[in-house]
Design a protein around this ligand. Structure first.
Ligand code: FES
Length: 104
């Protein structure tokens, strides 16, 4: 079971056990990680799952789709390593990943 670490906007690190095939957003919401709301349920309409995925972890996920990029364009605090957690599927290869939660 891959472990995913979420760094909250206050700097705390929360480690959760994630199921393969679920999204980072689902793992965070299921474990009550603060700052990840997943309001639209992963339908690409809210951006309340905005996270930053730095190297070397970013390469474990497919590039953002056009729809994901469009929504990120409107997100506050966008950075080059911004992703939407609902679009990122957990696999064994991301065991130990650190996802920083966007502040807004
Ligand atoms: S949960 Fe709404 S865009 Fe990711």
């Amino acid at each position: 079971m891959p472990k995913i670490q979420f760094r909250t906007s206050s700097g705390d690190l929360r480690t959760v056990d994630a199921d393969e095939g679920e999204s980072l957003m689902q793992a965070a919401v299921r474990n009550g990680v603060p700052g990840i709301l997943g309001e639209c349920g992963g339908e690409l309409s809210c951006a309340t799952c905005h996270v930053y995925i730095a190297d070397p972890w970013a390469k474990h996920f497919p590039p953002a789709s056009a729809d994901e990029q469009d929504l990120l364009e409107m997100a506050d605090d966008r950075r080059p390593d911004s992703r939407l957690g609902c679009q990122l599927k957990v696999t064994e290869s991301v065991d130990g990943l650190v996802a920083e939660i966007a502040q807004s």
